[in-house]
Design a protein. Structure first.
Length: 71
């Protein structure tokens, strides 16, 4: 039995800004709205740390192989 390895990618189909929250939601198998709400609450509680982390994730997370880039 071969176990498939899940990888974290930016979402191409469920993105509002960079696809970070959509990618995390796809990876976890939950609704992206839940991830976005948690991210907003975390950003407000941490006095903006969520914005910095979003940028770090946006830079660090790769796009899915074969996904077309939109500029």
């Amino acid at each position: 039995m071969v176990k498939e390895i899940k990888k974290l990618y930016l979402s191409e189909k469920d993105k509002k800004i960079g696809g970070v929250c959509g990618g995390i939601a796809e990876y976890l198998g939950i609704d992206s709205t839940v991830v976005r709400l948690i991210w907003i609450v975390f950003t407000l509680i941490s006095m903006g740390l969520g914005l910095i982390l979003y940028l770090v994730f946006w830079i660090a997370m790769p796009a899915k192989p074969g996904a077309k880039k939109e500029y």
